[in-house]
Design a protein around this ligand. Structure first.
Ligand code: MHO
Length: 225
């Protein structure tokens, strides 16, 4: 992504006055969010997955995010043995509040569909998990004056998503030790952190994105912890 001076300034001011976070806030925020039976999942690749994990986590009504590998044939890929897979991110969103189409728009604003990276690891790819997602993709491309075959971005059916190693999940959040201390105090495992709606928002926050979460978290603060 391009250098954004306002985001850099926000990052700096957060270093000086970090948001305080307690285990109660984490647990309560996560307990009150939409559960996974009510969400829809979208999968995209637009380069190194750390950045979009944070960028899309900031979007209102995106509930959970995770990063992983998809698009190839190698079984059980790992970061250091990726085979023909690509770094991808998943967003679980509330379909009553935001449409798959809105996420597609953001994905196409965030990469150049006329250009493809040679390295499979970082290629731009849009995965359709369902026939309905595929129909939305085709319709979206048409309105943009594109066709699936006429752009460099790969448009594929999602066959399997392999979650990446835990140290890649919520990568930006992991560098903020005060946040990580709070997740430890809440007794979150690595998988809990990966699947945590609070973590998705704070990962975005840690990367300098605007997130409408601080006020909500403030209301969940328990004065005794
Ligand atoms: N150039 C980045 C890529 C990481 S991303 C998870 C780095 O190694 O720092 O592919």
């Amino acid at each position: 992504m391009r250098w954004d001076p306002r985001a850099a300034l926000r990052r700096f001011s957060r270093l000086v006055t970090p948001m305080e976070l307690t285990k109660t806030q984490i647990r309560e925020y996560d307990r009150h969010t939409v559960d996974s039976e009510q969400t829809e999942t979208a999968t995209f690749g637009i380069g190194c997955f750390w950045g979009p994990d944070a960028q899309f986590g900031a979007v209102d009504d995106v509930i959970r995010t995770r990063v992983g590998y998809a698009g190839g044939t190698k079984r059980d890929p790992t970061y250091h043995s990726l085979g023909d897979h690509t770094e991808v991110f998943q967003v679980e969103f509330n379909p009553n509040r935001i449409a798959y189409h809105d996420l597609l728009e953001l994905v196409f604003e965030s990469h150049n569909p006329q250009h493809q990276t040679r390295k499979t690891q970082y290629q731009n790819v849009v995965f359709a998990a369902t026939a309905s997602q595929r129909a939305t993709i085709d319709e979206f491309l048409t309105t943009q004056g594109f066709t699936a075959d006429g752009i460099e971005t790969r448009i594929e059916r999602l066959s399997r998503f392999y979650p990446a190693e835990e140290y890649h999940q919520k990568y930006k959040l992991r560098s903020v030790s005060s946040f990580m201390d709070a997740f430890d105090a809440a007794e979150y495992t690595d998988i809990d952190l990966r699947e945590s709606p609070t973590a998705a928002k704070l990962n975005a926050y840690a990367a300098g994105h605007d997130v409408a979460v601080s006020e909500e978290l403030e209301q969940l603060r328990d004065p005794v912890d």
